[in-house]
Design a protein around this ligand. Structure first.
Ligand code: 13P
Length: 336
């Protein structure tokens, strides 16, 4: 077993999942504005420290993805955020892309930037304690998209990023997110997501990335949020499994889904069924942002000093997600 494979397995084994707390300052400001909390560095840290010092960090959370601001902050004990996460038993990770920008010669499609100077930035993050990283490519579905140009450009960037990350001794999370926005069917989501993921792995292999030291972070296969196509939870799980079975090389140890705008319960329920029906050798877990933090953030915003109350809500959510990552969740557990 390579060191990278060991890190990947430590993050995602035994029902553990990833807390995606890597919202950029822009995104975090939108989230805090929505609950009327001023978006200051201190408040962003306070909310995150509340989560990172929760009980569930030990049993449920295998890794935390941080944003650049947070990895450079220290918690109230004086330790750095990365040290405090490590102490809780989870692995600190870091988002290293610099965001999705308009792709030249495309109509409103995006390519993710951040490769220039990446090797040097990675070395600094490694010194700060990060052992895994994230890069998100983003695609939308409509009559013309995702175009070949967007699929190729993002796959190329994800592959170059992954190779550099592994060179630096860290595990890359490869996140090609096909967005839920739109009126497309689940069948469209299945075919486009499969095409996107296959191209990513084609490029990862071309760039000699060690696939045993990679975690894939995909979307689940769902109809668009404005689609008339209503499908059952069974179909969501079977289509998601079909996509991954046919597009992901078997060397990849695990898959950690993003929640992508699903509610906390929807994301948990779908993950649970995917695991119940999992007919692959891949570990299937979560790497949720909103579906882990939404209720906790809402509660916290009412009284930002209520650490215990906020942690209780977060602990419950993390526990439910961890049960779902083992196919052991059921809706009656939500009210206990
Ligand atoms: P959501 O779970 O809120 O989609 O966020 C996951 C993530 O990290 C997106 O890049």
């Amino acid at each position: 077993m390579t060191e990278l494979n060991k890190i990947a397995l430590k993050i995602i084994s035994n029902g553990k999942g990833i807390l995606a707390a890597d919202e950029s300052n822009g995104t975090m400001t939108k989230r805090l504005d929505a609950v009327n909390v001023p978006s200051t560095p201190e408040n962003r840290l306070l909310f995150r420290e509340t989560l990172f010092s929760s009980e569930s960090m030990k049993d449920c959370i295998g890794g935390v993805i941080l944003y650049d601001e947070t990895i450079n902050q220290s918690v109230s004990s004086g330790k750095t955020v990365a040290e405090s996460i490590l102490e809780s038993g989870a692995v600190p990770g870091i988002k290293v892309d610099t965001g999705a920008k308009v792709l030249a010669n495309s109509v409103e499609e995006k390519v993710t930037e951040g490769l220039d100077g990446l090797r040097e930035r990675l070395k600094k993050y490694y010194e700060k304690g990060a052992r895994f990283t994230k890069w998100r490519g983003v695609y939308n579905i409509n009559k013309f998209h995702p175009s070949k140009l967007a699929i190729h450009s993002n796959a190329h960037a994800l592959a170059r990023y992954s190779a550099l990350v592994q060179e630096c001794g860290m595990v890359p999370i490869v996140e090609p997110e096909v967005l839920m926005d739109g009126d497309h069917s689940a069948e469209d989501c299945l075919s486009k997501t499969s095409e996107v993921i296959k191209k990513c792995f084609e490029d990862l292999i071309l760039h000699k990335v060690d696939l045993t030291g990679v975690i894939l972070k995909p979307n689940m296969i769902l109809p668009g949020d404005k689609s008339k196509d209503k499908i059952s939870k069974e179909e969501i799980s079977s289509k998601t499994l079909e996509c991954l079975k046919n597009s992901v090389p078997k060397e990849v140890p695990g898959i950690a889904f993003l929640s992508g705008g699903q509610s906390e319960i929807q994301a948990t329920e779908n993950l649970n069924l995917i695991n119940k029906n999992n007919n692959t050798d891949f570990i299937m877990t979560y790497s949720f942002g909103r579906a882990l933090q939404q209720s906790a953030l809402k509660f916290w915003s009412k009284d930002i000093k209520n650490i215990k109350g906020t942690q209780n809500i977060f602990n419950h959510r993390a526990k439910m997600c961890t049960l779902a990552a083992q196919g052991k969740w059921s809706s009656n557990l939500e009210n206990k």
